[in-house]
Design a protein around this ligand. Structure first.
Ligand SMILES: Nc1ncnc2c1ncn2[C@@H]1O[C@H](COP(=O)(O)OP(=O)(O)O)[C@@H](O)[C@H]1O
Ligand SMILES: [Mg+2]
Length: 346
């Protein structure tokens, strides 16, 4: 396993989204990052040779150097769990121009739990996450096929309101990206945008003043994100003055303030020191009592510590295995997943 944080490819127009309260700008790839990834891929898998039988129709998958030959099996990804799926993904393909980033990914994500997405750099984890709240819509040339359902509703269906979708499915990025505003305004921005708070002069003249509601909401979100005790006496201060770990918890609080169902996190702790990381990990576990959390991490111990189930993606954008986290780390069915979690490649 690599200890080096992998730098996330970013688009030059990355910025905090002023147009969507909780959805900040989508990260994408630069040519350099794409080249780095393709130089790592070791060509196309050869003849079937993996353990435990082979599905002859299985298409070949590009591999990272060090991966063994192996055909993927559908049985390795059909994870059974009690209760309904909060998010249900079937036959998802994603392309950037001609390049396929995800191939036939199907998985159901249980409500109120932590799902970890792991796999080598460039295998499509961020792409997958962005498919869930349609952040890929913002990337020119990106194309998504297949079905993503949230509570049985098709996320890509006609008439889906993207602002509402991204309220319901919030996102937290690797680099904390608070707005350059006060701590209070970072939290109240989203609810205001959604029309849930009106505190301006005009509102007061019209007889509506929600300043008490704002105070309550700000406190509630900050408490929920385990940040209140550290900032309650300086809510008017600029959020950019907070430490990295505090900024990341603020971004989580900002996401909670609009009352989401699902929280997507893309390597949320990889820019943080160990103490700040531990706080984020604790918080993620707590949030799963109420929310559906899907978290990308390149830190396998972190996945093992905080998640209930783990999906392992491999080079070529295929989902190799999806199961209870203990099963993935202690008794994986795929040889490649076993090698990956043992740190033999990636
Ligand atoms: N905005 C983009 N434009 C073109 N290609 C992209 C873009 N974003 C990602 N890719 C490519 O898609 C593949 C998957 O990338 P990504 O989802 O970022 O992987 P991961 O998060 O697992 O590192 C890579 O080959 C990457 O270069
Ligand atoms: Mg990524």
């Amino acid at each position: 396993m690599s200890d080096t944080p992998q730098s996330e490819p970013r688009r030059s127009d990355d910025r905090s989204g002023a147009d969507d309260a909780t959805a900040a700008a989508a990260a994408g790839s630069t040519d350099a990052a794409a080249a780095a990834v393709s130089s790592k891929t070791g060509g196309i898998a050869g003849p079937p040779g993996g353990p435990g039988g082979v599905d002859g129709d299985e298409p070949a998958v590009a591999r990272t150097v060090g991966e063994s030959d192996e055909q993927l099996q559908d049985a390795w990804t059909d994870y059974e769990f009690d209760g309904d799926a909060k998010v249900s993904v079937s036959d998802l393909d994603t392309y950037y121009g001609e390049e396929r980033a995800l191939e036939s990914v199907s998985l159901d994500i249980p409500a109120e739990s932590v799902t970890a997405l792991i796999g080598p750099s460039g295998c499509g984890k961020s792409t997958f996450l962005r498919c869930l709240n349609r952040m890929n819509d913002r990337i020119r040339g990106a194309r998504v096929e297949g079905r993503v359902a949230l509570d049985d509703r098709d996320v890509y269906g006609d008439g889906v309101n993207l602002v509402e979708l991204r309220r319901q499915v919030g996102m937290v990025f690797q680099e904390p990206n608070p707005f350059p505003k006060s701590i209070r305004d970072n939290i109240s921005y989203g609810p205001r945008k959604h029309g849930d708070l009106e505190t301006g002069l005009l509102a007061r003249l019209l007889g509506r003043d929600d300043r008490d509601a704002e105070r309550d909401l700000v406190e509630r979100a900050l408490r929920r994100a385990a940040l209140w005790d550290e900032v309650s006496d300086r809510l008017g201060d600029n959020a950019l003055g907070l430490s990295g770990g505090q900024q990341q918890r603020l971004c989580i609080a900002r996401c909670l303030a609009v009352d989401p169902d699902v929280i997507l996190m893309d390597e949320p702790a990889s820019a943080l020191d160990p103490v700040a990381t531990a706080k984020i990990e604790d918080l993620i576990e707590e949030l799963a009592e109420e929310y559906t959390v899907v978290v990308v991490t390149h830190n396998m111990q972190q996945a093992a510590r905080i998640s209930d189930q783990t999906a392992v993606f491999l080079t070529g954008g295929r989902l190799a295995e999806y199961d209870a986290t203990d099963a993935i780390f202690q008794n994986p069915q795929s040889q490649r997943v076993e090698d990956y979690v043992a740190g033999k490649f990636g």
